[in-house]
Design a protein around this ligand. Structure first.
Ligand code: AMP
Ligand code: MG
Length: 402
């Protein structure tokens, strides 16, 4: 099988991924969830004109000239409307959030007044509409304020509640089962023996999955035996995972292991070699309704493949409207040689300069190196067969967030 271009591989991964069905959650649980429909305000905010300050609600025509003394005929505070009408020569004491009484059209702040038994003295002329928040200045009933496909922020929840929603319709969260493979792997925190390597991939992959809005099932580490891997694959199916992500078992010769275990479980293979560095032996297919991504074991390859393919896949399943990572442009921080037939995703740092961002590939790009990966701010994309590029020339990057 020829190497598949990255864009085509991504297209295949996303092709039959459908946004997951709706569930209703209380607004309390809706943080970071994705709306299945537009959300329309159920009320107007503020529902009536209210005072923005503590002071006196008056008729602007009475306070066009000052000083002037007005008769205080009532009091209004948030939650305690004044039912009377304020006539000429009258005022109502008002506090922030109090509804403007009938007849009034401006608020004189209390700092510009003195009150005694004769009434309130307004010391300075005040124009109409001062210190008043008009009805609907925030939003109006029937206005669409949140959109389908939007991932809800803390601020969105505040807005939804103000629109009078206690529950919201959101997509079910995608579930991702994560499996490591390798006889050499041991969990972190122990005392690795000779030849043992600390299992590290899974922690980045799980965090990346969660950061994109998925729930994670940790399937642990399978030994390098088809039966072990196949058993873990069956567990993923029993858990009804939407996605199975395996890492490892992908070097030449060994690759057969994960692929053969998946094949034994009925994998419909979509592709397994991508024109990508790091990450050539990546695999994609389906097991029934479950999508399968098999990424290489080398930590950088595992991460880059998950970043490029798992992230968008989760976002699509989650119903998000922002599925793709948006490439940005930067200037090269150093000369680069011509590229070969594989797209290169170089780990690079990013500096803001007066001439825009400068991306400098880290000196060592080996796919096993986790320290430079952790230090990187972005992936610098080199297209297949890109010609040599000089420092200062334009380049394309993907920012690494998670
Ligand atoms: P593999 O794809 O299984 O041939 O693994 C390639 C390299 O990545 C080997 O050096 C493995 O020890 C290493 N490796 C595989 N899986 C993991 C993992 N989960 N965490 C850290 N290193 C791994
Ligand atoms: Mg291995």
């Amino acid at each position: 099988m020829a190497l598949m271009p990255v864009a085509e591989a991504l297209q295949r991964v996303l092709a039959d991924a459908k946004p997951l069905p709706t569930e209703v959650v209380s607004i309390d649980e809706a943080f970071d969830r994705v709306l299945t429909e537009d959300v329309v305000a159920l009320r107007t905010q503020p529902p009536a004109a209210v005072s923005a300050m503590d002071g006196y609600a008056v008729r602007a025509s009475d306070v066009a000239h000052a000083p002037v003394v007005l008769k205080v005929i009532g009091q209004v505070a948030a939650g305690h409307p004044f039912t009377g009408k304020v006539g000429p020569g009258e005022a109502a004491r008002i506090f922030t959030g109090g509804i403007m009484p009938e007849g009034t059209d401006t608020v004189v702040i209390q700092e510009l007044t003195t009150q005694d038994k004769n009434g309130v003295t307004i010391q300075k002329p005040t124009g109409a509409g001062r210190n008043v928040r008009n009805e609907g200045i925030d939003f109006a009933e029937h206005q669409t304020l949140l959109r389908q496909g939007q991932r809800l922020t803390a601020r969105d929840l505040m807005l939804a509640a103000a629109m009078n929603y206690s529950r919201l319709n959101v997509h079910r969260k995608p579930t991702v089962a994560i499996l490591g493979t390798g006889d050499e792997l041991v969990p972190p925190g122990g005392s690795p023996g000779p030849g043992e390597i600390v299992y590290s991939n899974g922690f980045a992959l799980a965090a990346l999955a969660r950061g994109n809005g998925a729930l994670v099932h940790d399937l642990g580490i399978a030994r390098d035996r088809i039966e072990d891997i196949a058993a873990a694959v069956r567990r993923a199916r029993e858990l009804n995972a939407d996605v199975l992500l395996t890492s490892g078992g992908a070097s030449v010769g060994e690759h057969d292991l994960v692929q053969r275990a998946l094949a034994a479980e009925g994998l419909e293979l979509s592709f397994w070699r991508v024109a990508l560095r790091p990450g050539r032996p990546m695999l994609h297919g389906r097991l029934g309704a479950m999508q399968v991504l098999g990424v290489p074991g080398n930590p950088v390859s595992a991460y880059v493949c998950a970043f490029l393919f798992l992230g968008p896949l989760i976002r699509k399943l989650a119903g998000r409207s922002d599925i793709s990572d948006l490439p940005q442009s930067a200037r090269l921080g150093r000369d680069l040689p011509a590229n070969d037939e594989r797209a290169d995703y170089l780990r690079a740092t990013l500096q803001d300069t007066p001439n825009g961002p400068v991306a400098t590939p880290l000196p060592s790009q080996d796919s096993s190196l986790m320290a430079p990966l952790a230090k990187a701010d972005c992936l610098l994309i080199r297209e297949p067969h890109a010609p040599a590029a000089a420092a200062g020339s334009e380049c394309v990057i993907l920012k690494l967030g998670l």
